[in-house]
Design a protein around this ligand. Structure first.
Ligand SMILES: [Zn+2]
Ligand SMILES: [Zn+2]
Length: 315
């Protein structure tokens, strides 16, 4: 089958073999898949990944509970036997593989193998392109699982990229007063058109009045900026991993009793429900669509500053 494989370099292959699925796994034939910041990091050597990339996808399940239906799939493939899994922390299973990220071939291919229990059906009125956003949108929904929101919280999102935009939309939908800090006029304009207030990073004043600050910058400076914005006893949510080492003076976390909250993968069901209701607008985030054959061009496009979401159409 066709596949985009990373093995020191990015390659489009036409003769990649699909392994045989295990008894609890299903082959999903891909319709569309999206390039994410993690894919760009993996191409720089993050996690030492080698194999087929891609973890944001929609496809058709060949067998299993959703045979013949359009599905999206959770990316953490847990053992469901260890102590973490028994404590309902299967996203943290030490034996897990992660589709397209850790020891599990991904979805930039004609087909991907997914545990049946990871699959969710996509409602008919949610388009393929929208469904590709379920995985990153679920990551944004994770914040609302981790923090009890009562509505009216003052939230600052640092970062105007794909994930910053989705986090802003989700928290606004939860009733928070959201403002996004970013560097790129056209990305900030997308947020303004969604009635989400924005500030240019260069105009940012330290004002320690945010109940919650969400760092979606992917930059080592994000956390330092967050500290200038969060109120005493507030919460900083870290949404992006920074590969580089960071040095930060930790005393303010103690003095001002600030909670630092790591946040990763989230609930697919909530994300599908939000898309199904039309509560989240993902169309403005679509930059371009490429065939798998154009892997190099698509990845070059995805790293450009003027790109948001670049998709592969795999049919
Ligand atoms: Zn991703
Ligand atoms: Zn486990």
């Amino acid at each position: 089958m066709r596949a985009i494989v990373f093995d020191q370099t990015l390659k489009f292959c036409t003769d990649t073999a699909l392994r045989s699925p295990g008894s609890d796994e299903v082959i999903v034939d891909i319709l569309q898949a999206g390039i994410c910041e993690t894919d760009l990091q993996l191409c720089k050597g993050y996690m030492g990944f080698c194999g087929t990339l891609g973890h944001e996808f929609v496809g058709i399940a060949r067998l299993g509970r959703f045979a013949g239906q359009r599905v999206v799939g959770e990316i953490n493939c847990a053992c469901h036997a260890c102590e973490m899994c028994q404590r309902q922390l299967s996203n943290h299973c030490p034996n897990r593989t992660v589709i397209g990220i850790v020891a599990h071939d991904g979805a930039f291919a004609d087909s991907v193998i997914v545990p049946d229990r990871n699959l969710h059906a996509v409602p008919d009125h949610v388009s393929d392109a929208e469904a590709v956003f379920v995985e990153p949108l679920a990551a944004a929904c994770r914040i609302a699982e981790q923090i009890t929101l009562t509505g009216g919280e003052v939230v600052t999102v640092l970062g105007d990229g794909r994930l910053g935009n989705l986090c802003a939309q989700v928290l606004r939908h939860q009733g928070c007063q959201v403002c996004v800090v970013g560097k790129h006029d056209f990305k900030l304009r997308i947020l303004q058109r969604l009635d989400i207030p924005t500030i240019k990073l260069e105009d940012l004043q330290p004002r320690r009045d945010s109940d919650i600050v969400i760092d979606c910058t992917g930059s080592p400076t994000g956390l330092a900026h967050a500290l200038q914005l969060v109120r005493p006893c507030g919460t900083i949510v870290l949404k992006t991993t920074v590969a580089a080492d960071q040095t930060l003076h930790m005393a303010p976390f103690v003095i001002d009793e600030i909670t630092l909250l790591g946040s990763r993968c989230g609930p697919f069901a909530d994300a599908i429900e939000l898309l199904s209701q039309g509560a989240i607008s993902v169309a403005p985030l679509l930059t371009a669509t490429y065939p798998l054959e154009a892997a190099t061009h698509a990845f070059e496009h995805a790293v450009r500053k003027d790109a948001l979401k670049v998709l592969f159409d795999v049919r």
